[in-house]
Design a protein around this ligand. Structure first.
Ligand code: ES4
Ligand code: ZN
Length: 363
């Protein structure tokens, strides 16, 4: 695995004498992306509804005869200035109105996978919000089968292995979540796990203990958003009360040194989404993002896109801005790519395959 920071590949110190020195060989870190391609990664924090690009929103609205409250693409795009998580969620839920048929869910999923393949994604664990569709009168089968039908051909068509995660909206009741989970289990939906998302503050992990216990009994993986807008205690409670295997976001752990130590020792994966955090004002600017401090602390962090259509970029864009804006090293990027692969729920065989690809990728 090439993990130099621009030193090793330049070879031994060249003599200063310009006439006798050979032309400088660029370090791997300077090799342009088009030469070795994007960093191969696993995307572990991705809401499929958050991949609905404005163009697709308009195309689906037209196909379904839905009148959008925006005159054109520019007017829709002008709404993408968020002040906090809730201001984003309002638009995110409103735009889901265009998703009516299995084909709509399939088209959205196909669009994500084809873009993700260009971003270097080799494995994606994709969250779907079933309750956000059920409440609009869209059947569980429609949304699950639409997404799953494309995931079934993803490895073959896009070279991306996938897993589907049913995420539950924490601002709804635990009973509602339990009811949907039972329906998913009854229909033998091909889900690998459950997640917890939507408005965090005021909806602590303690509210969902029965849900996560049921999921564990059913042999499902468990993840939860925690410490995005919510306090570090939500991260502790997600681990202790919900037995989650990964924390989505988790950036506010940095406010609690004891928690950081615990997360480092347990190798708990934190799926960080830098551009999301900036757009939702969880951090003021990318320059002030805690990711470098998280890496320095030894936390198991990965880079993810969250809702790429809303937050200004896919996983490759996240890496590119981390490099250009905060000077993150190639070494740290490769380390986080390896973290993402190891922290996935892919088979050991698939993980080994992806780690080998990363090692020979030229990064
Ligand atoms: C989400 Cl960024 C974020 N946080 C919580 N819930 C979400 N659902 C979609 N994106
Ligand atoms: Zn998220």
């Amino acid at each position: 695995m090439e993990t130099n920071d621009g030193v090793a590949a330049t070879g031994d110190a060249a003599p200063d004498n310009a006439e006798t020195s050979t032309p400088e060989i660029p370090a791997f870190a300077e090799v342009p992306e088009e030469v070795h391609g994007p960093l191969p990664v696993a995307e572990l924090h991705l809401h499929i509804e958050g991949t609905l690009e404005p163009e697709l929103i308009f195309a689906l609205a037209e196909r379904n005869g839905i009148q959008l409250p925006y005159a054109d693409l520019d007017e829709l795009r002008s709404r993408y200035e968020f002040t906090d998580l809730q201001s984003f969620l309002d638009l995110y839920y409103a735009n889901m109105a265009v998703l009516r048929t299995e084909q709509d869910f399939a088209d959205m999923t196909r669009a994500y996978l084809s873009r993700a393949a260009l971003a270097g994604v080799r494995h994606a664990e994709i969250m779907l919000d079933p309750q956000a569709h059920l409440s609009r009168g869209v059947a569980l089968e429609t949304c699950v089968n639409g997404v799953a039908s494309v995931l079934a051909v993803s490895e073959q068509e896009f070279g991306i292995s996938t897993l589907l995660i049913a995420a539950f909206l924490r601002d709804l009741s635990e009973d509602s979540a339990l009811e949907v989970l039972e329906q998913l289990l009854a229909m033998n939906a091909q889900i690998a796990g459950i997640g917890l998302d939507s408005a965090e503050v005021g909806h602590p992990p303690a509210k969902f203990q029965r849900l996560f216990s049921r999921a564990k009994d059913a042999g499902l993986h468990r993840i939860a958003h925690a410490g995005e807008e919510g306090p570090p205690s939500y991260i502790i409670d997600a681990l202790d009360l919900l037995a989650v295997e990964r924390i989505d976001h988790g950036i506010r752990c940095m406010e609690d040194p004891e928690l950081v130590e615990r997360l480092v020792h347990a190798l708990t994966p934190l799926t960080v989404c830098p551009l999301s955090n900036v757009r939702l004002r969880a951090v003021d600017t990318l320059a002030e993002h805690p990711l470098p401090a998280m890496l320095a602390a030894g936390l198991n962090v990965s880079v993810n896109s969250d809702d790429p259509a809303y937050f200004g970029g896919y996983v490759d864009d996240n890496f590119a801005q981390l490099k250009s804006v905060i000077g993150l090293s190639e070494f740290d990027c490769v380390r986080m790519a390896a973290n993402s692969i190891r922290s996935s729920f892919a088979s050991e065989e698939r993980k080994t395959e992806m780690l080998a690809e990363l090692a020979s990728s030229g990064h």
